[in-house]
Design a protein around this ligand. Structure first.
Ligand code: FES
Length: 123
């Protein structure tokens, strides 16, 4: 039996208490990202082909909002509302993952960030 959807988009909407050192995707706008995915898929008449679902923690909390698209297993990181339409148009419809949003590329950005300069306290 074929899968019911061509692609399945999982958006981490996990919420942790404020101050938790791991942070969470919910505090970075995950619920708005998920709602916008649903809204845009509906608006385009794509609800039968693609499905957007809330997910629990995908264990990439530092890179949230985290999104993964199956069946290909493409991971996106630091996704914002502005990224939803490009993911739908370029990836879901166009078949080309959005390079700049890929987790592997976002990780490199992080590694290339200059180290924090710490000013020693005045004596
Ligand atoms: S809270 Fe979203 S990946 Fe962990």
């Amino acid at each position: 039996m074929p899968p019911p959807y061509e692609k399945h988009v999982f958006i981490c909407t996990n919420r942790r208490p404020e101050g938790n050192p791991k942070g969470c995707c919910a505090s970075k706008g995950a619920e708005e990202v998920r709602s916008l995915f649903k809204e845009e898929l509906h608006k385009r008449g794509l609800k039968g082909r693609f499905r957007a679902n809330a997910a629990g923690c995908l264990d990439m909390c530092a890179f949230g909002v985290t999104v993964v698209v199956y069946p290909e297993g493409v991971w996106y990181a630091r996704v914002t509302k502005e990224d939803v339409v490009p993911i739908i148009e370029e990836h879901l419809l166009g078949g080309r993952p959005v390079e700049r949003l890929l987790l592997e590329n976002r990780r490199k950005e992080k590694a290339e960030e200059p180290p924090l300069e710490v000013t020693p306290p005045a004596a």
